[in-house]
Write a protein that binds this ligand. Structure first.
Ligand code: KDG
Ligand code: MG
Length: 409
């Protein structure tokens, strides 16, 4: 078989998505996700200008060889743009292989290790009553693990709090990238956050009892010492994990955090390669790998890093926000189905319009997500629907402290 066409499709049903479509001479097609939130067109150009010409006439069956060829022949390795582009190719080739074999991709990765994937939902609120309502809503929806984000007195706009009015005046609704010409400025105060958060978790634990798995995303905002203190302060409330407590580029920061707290740690949504996370795994400084198929180079490296992590009893907690497209979500669901050391899958659910563009075989029943048993990834692109929604510039926000200093967002 040969690759005869490769198309890069940019569509924006409710947010921007970049999708790669690979077509073979036998008419089999495969899809890959190359969406990089706020920088979408850079990956689209990387693919169109530098990758598509290299794929034509290649045998789509040779997934590992194609991955290594794209990774090594580019010389400039890693980085989110390069790795999202390689990820899209890798996913599309797994999709094709599954369709040719007549099997869902998880079968090709070793078969199902479980009935479905346990997931966590997102709850948030501006105050405790609103937060409790949001948690109840997620529980009724089937989630037995819930991420809790809350407003903090004195901070106007805070990541992950759906109902609050943002600096832009628009509602956040779990979609931090806003369709504005310039990134929106938000505010931040670490001391106020550290003072407020433990009380919120105490109230949530008291209200919902010991069973409910609770998670929190620190979104890279703390120093190692601040993160260590937060982890310690949250210990009585038995978190399932504390995510991204420090900026992710410094792996050593987690050593200090780990020495001070037994709150489980999760990190990796901004990582692009195994080299970003290998010390965290071998030194057992984390408990969950948050990498996403889309930003980590695809299915092949995600499966490899999880097999490596299994040696150290580190589990998966793949990143599943709405900016990972249904194709990217499917890719990591297949990995999650196959590996033994699956932990928990983030599931934010895409909009109805997005689901009309990406037709999916996924099911979500009683909190268990399943990619379905269609051959390949189980996602098809409705190109007519996709063509209705042109790309719209959108940026993630950024933070400034009270004195005007830029802070991690
Ligand atoms: O593009 C940025 C989002 O994917 C990120 O802010 C979401 O942190 C996130 C999460 O844990 O879902
Ligand atoms: Mg996160």
């Amino acid at each position: 078989m040969k690759i005869v066409a490769v198309d890069v499709v940019v569509t924006s049903p409710t947010r921007n998505f970049v999708t790669l479509k690979v077509t073979t001479d036998e008419g089999v097609t495969g899809l890959g996700d190359a969406t990089l939130n706020g920088r979408e067109l850079s990956v689209a150009a990387y693919l169109k200008e530098h990758v598509v010409p290299l794929l034509l006439n290649r045998d789509p069956a040779n997934i590992e060889d194609t991955w290594q060829f794209l990774y090594r022949s580019g010389y400039w390795r890693r980085g989110p743009v390069t790795m999202a582009a390689i990820a899209a190719v890798d996913m599309a080739l797994w999709d094709i292989k599954g369709k040719v074999a007549g099997m869902p991709v998880y079968q090709l990765l070793g078969g199902a290790s479980r009935r479905g994937l346990s997931t966590y939902g997102h709850a948030s609120g501006r105050d405790l009553p609103e937060l409790f309502d949001s948690i109840r809503h997620e529980k009724e929806h089937g989630f037995s693990a819930i991420r809790v984000q809350t407003s903090v007195p004195g901070i106007t706009a805070l990541y992950g709090v759906a109902a609050q009015t943002q600096a832009s005046g628009e509602r956040y609704d779990y979609e931090p990238a806003q369709r504005t010409a310039l990134p929106v400025e938000e505010d931040w105060d670490t001391r106020a956050y550290l003072r407020h958060l433990p009380g919120v978790f105490e109230a949530v634990r008291h209200e919902f009892g010991p069973d409910l798995a609770l998670l929190h995303d620190g979104h890279h905002r703390m120093t190692p010492l601040q993160a260590a203190r937060l982890g310690k302060d949250l210990e009585p409330y038995d978190l399932f994990w504390l995510e991204d407590c420090t900026p992710a580029e410094n792996q050593e920061a987690l050593r200090l955090v780990r020495q001070h707290t037994t709150t489980p740690l999760a990190i990796g949504e901004v990582f692009n390669s195994i080299y970003d996370i290998k010390d965290l795994i071998t030194e057992q400084l984390i408990d969950y790998v948050r990498c996403a198929s889309t930003h980590f180079g695809g299915i092949s490296p995600l499966k490899k890093v999880m097999d490596f992590a299994a040696v150290y009893q580190v589990k998966s907690g793949f990143h599943g926000p709405t900016d990972v497209s249904p194709v990217g979500l499917a890719a990591q669901m297949h990995v999650g189905m196959a590996i033994h050391n699956f932990g928990l899958q983030e599931y934010m659910e895409h909009s109805e319009r997005t689901n009309a563009v990406f037709e999916q075989s996924l099911t979500f029943v009683d909190g268990l997500l399943h990619p379905g048993d269609q051959p390949g990834l189980g996602v098809e692109l409705n190109e007519e629907e996709a063509a209705k929604y042109a790309y719209q510039p959108a940026y993630l926000p950024y933070n400034r402290l009270a004195d005007g200093t830029v802070h991690d967002w």
